[in-house]
Design a protein around this ligand. Structure first.
Ligand SMILES: [Zn+2]
Length: 100
């Protein structure tokens, strides 16, 4: 598991910023790509725009956000990889069930 680029990387527009701060990688903003099932828009959301809820099983683990396009409350299932990406990216996490 090295060099994974699965996390929503900033697009090419963000690359110039990332390059400018090449020595300060920790400040590179983390952006997640998410699609809205209502308006079918695709958006880049900052970690602060997302919420992650971790349930007792993968079926009750999901992330949610408010669509910046149509305002719908979107909720999507989150697998282990997504959970790892979101938590690693600083997304607020709510544990619905203590599993540990
Ligand atoms: Zn929408």
């Amino acid at each position: 598991m090295s060099g994974s680029a699965a996390a929503g990387r900033p697009g090419k527009r963000g690359m110039s910023v990332a390059t400018a701060f090449a020595g300060m990688r920790s400040v590179t903003p983390v952006v997640f790509r998410a699609g809205c099932p209502d308006c079918r828009g695709r958006f880049e959301l900052a970690a602060s725009a997302l919420r992650l809820a971790i349930g007792a099983s993968s079926r009750t683990t999901f992330y949610s956000f408010t669509c910046p396009g149509c305002g719908a409350a979107v909720r999507k299932p989150a697998g282990e990889r997504i959970v790892a990406l979101l938590t690693g990216g600083g997304v607020r996490t709510l544990r619905l069930h203590s599993t540990l």
